[in-house]
Design a protein around this ligand. Structure first.
Ligand code: NAP
Ligand code: ZN
Ligand code: ZN
Length: 352
């Protein structure tokens, strides 16, 4: 077994603290990875604090993982020792259901998420990337271009794919007017990606302090979502709005901005329900409210390659792992530009 150092949450109310556990030795199809960086997603905070009611402690969070391959199993063909690789939100799925066959492993009925998920190989619960190493089946490991800064590429593994996938699914491109709601980890990637796809991008934010940044990141316009008059100026004008907000709020103020047949796609997962949206707002213009979950492995690789080609990474603040609890508090106050990334070398416990 492989001794692994980490930070874990042991219940919903206390801080993450140092923890160690064993990873499995690599099997024939496994890639063993020393973790260099791990992004801090708002989902980590939701899970650690049991805001979705599915926490199984201890939880080692982290699903925006960048590392170096240190060993490969005998059947691994696509990866070499020393290569920089990524691991996102999924580490396994059934591989046989229609969703898996369509390269949409995120919709498999029996997925294995990177943490807080039943570990069907080793038993127990999966442990994520706030740790010194991980062992993952090669199907769930991603290639990371040398063109991408490894720390700033980490958030692409969740924030990047979660915004890229719906933009692609709804075929966003030149001529489309796209709204992104919330300038956090997901939202700032949504702005960069929608801009790179050629859309006219409008960022909706509750934070006046983020206006200049949003424009630097690629937004053509910025609207303060609490300003009813500014919102009204955009009525009936959007093809697509991607809502990344991590808290319950009124959706009607966004659906009424959609054109006929426009879509409001939700990716934020608040801990309490949004107020019921107005049916009239939907039926009179055949508008839709939809949802989207991360992306499959094939599309995640496509997104990483798109980012390498377009020189897109996340705007990050690197933190030592000892600052993770303070980082969660700052994330709750929207005080991060725009993703914390843990430097895993600060675990100060080398793998042996
Ligand atoms: P984040 O960095 O905390 O960003 C969320 C942003 O939402 C904030 O920066 C803020 O933007 C806005 N916001 C927060 N509280 C708000 C409130 N009460 N009212 C209005 N706006 C508010 O979070 P994240 O990591 O981007 O994650 C966002 C959500 O997506 C989380 O719920 C997370 O669990 C979920 N998620 C879903 C998927 C998926 O596959 N569907 C994948 C990853 C994450 P402004 O300051 O600009 O208003
Ligand atoms: Zn995430
Ligand atoms: Zn499946």
């Amino acid at each position: 077994m492989l001794k692994t150092h980490a930070y874990a949450a042991h219940n919903a109310n206390s801080n993450l603290t140092p923890f160690s556990f064993d990873r499995r030795e690599p099997r024939a199809n496994d890639v063993q990875i020393d973790i260099l960086y791990c992004g801090v997603c708002h989902s980590d905070l939701h899970q650690v604090r049991n805001e979705w009611g599915s926490a199984s402690y201890p939880i080692v969070p982290g699903h925006e993982i960048i590392g170096k391959v240190t060993a490969i199993g005998s059947a691994v063909s696509g990866f070499k020792i020393g290569e920089t690789v990524g691991v996102g939100c999924l580490v396994d799925s059934c591989r046989t259901c229609p969703d898996c066959q369509d390269n949409l492993e995120q919709f498999c009925n029996t997925p294995t998420f990177t943490y807080n998920s039943e570990d069907k190989v080793s038993g127990g619960t999966t442990y994520g990337g706030y740790s010194s190493r991980i062992v993952v089946d090669q199907h769930f490991v991603l290639h990371i271009s040398d063109k991408l800064d490894p720390a700033a590429a980490a958030p692409l593994l969740c924030a990047g794919i979660t915004t890229y996938s719906p933009l692609r699914h709804w075929k966003i491109g030149k001529g489309d007017k796209v709204g992104i709601v919330g300038l956090g980890g997901l939202g700032h990637m949504g702005v960069k990606l929608a801009h790179a796809m050629g859309a006219h991008v409008v960022l909706f934010t509750t934070s006046t302090s983020k206006i200049d940044d949003a424009k630097r990141l690629g937004a053509d316009e910025v609207v303060i979502s609490k300003d009813a008059e500014a919102m009204q100026q955009h009525r009936l004008s959007f093809d697509f709005i991607l809502n990344t907000v991590a808290a319950a709020h009124n959706l009607d103020s966004f659906t009424e901005l959609l054109k006929r047949d426009g879509t409001l796609c939700l990716v934020g997962v608040p801990d309490s329900p949004h107020p019921s949206p107005s049916v009239a707002n939907l039926i009179f213009k055949r508008r839709q409210i939809a949802g989207s979950l991360i992306g499959g492995l094939k599309e995640t690789q496509e997104m990483l390659d798109f980012c390498a080609e377009h020189n897109i990474v996340s705007d990050i603040e690197i933190i030592p792992i000892q600052h993770i609890n303070e980082a969660y508090e700052r994330m709750l106050k929207s005080d991060v530009k725009y993703r914390f990334v843990i430097d895993i070398s600060t675990l100060n416990a080398p793998n042996s």
